[in-house]
Design a protein. Structure first.
Length: 160
């Protein structure tokens, strides 16, 4: 169960003021996990303006686990096709993009996970991203995956 979101999942975004994301502004999210046997779809959602200058977005996802161990992942989100068409849904000047980062995530520890999203585009102030966030949806249990022969990746650092 994800108690930060009523047990059904987590879907939270933070508005970036004036769609100008300062490199020093890490966007924080806290999620309390009680169910360590559940399997979750873990991803990121964002909205960007059509005048955003790039076809992609690089971010660092910083994770602090309940035991204090920390990880940092570099994530590239493709926002446009090679032909230059936006991949997100929407009309007018905004596009909404949801990207699954891990479809079979199992949280190895119960407790509060602290996530921070940091823009990594090598610009001191990145213009055109209006909001960004995380979503976590329960998709089954570890027993369900074992029954299908699939495996999950758990973070090795959780046991250190």
């Amino acid at each position: 169960m994800l108690s930060a979101c009523g047990g059904k999942g987590f879907d939270q975004r933070t508005v970036i003021p004036e769609a100008s994301w300062d490199v020093a502004n890490r966007i924080p999210f806290d999620v309390t996990v009680d169910d360590t046997l559940g399997i979750y779809s873990f991803g990121m959602g964002l909205r960007h303006m059509e005048n955003y200058r790039y076809s992609n977005l690089y971010v660092f996802l910083h994770t602090t686990m309940p035991n204090g161990n920390m990880t940092r992942d570099t994530i590239q989100v493709m926002l446009a096709t090679p032909e230059g068409r936006w991949v997100g849904k929407g009309s007018g000047s905004m596009r909404d993009v949801k990207v699954v980062l891990n479809p079979n995530l199992r949280f190895p520890l119960g407790g509060t996970y602290h996530f921070e999203i940091e823009q990594a585009m090598r610009e001191p102030v990145l213009k055109g991203i209006s909001d960004i966030g995380l979503f976590i949806e329960k998709t089954g249990t570890f027993a369900d995956l074992e029954a299908t022969g699939e495996t999950t990746e758990t973070d090795e650092t959780s046991n250190r």
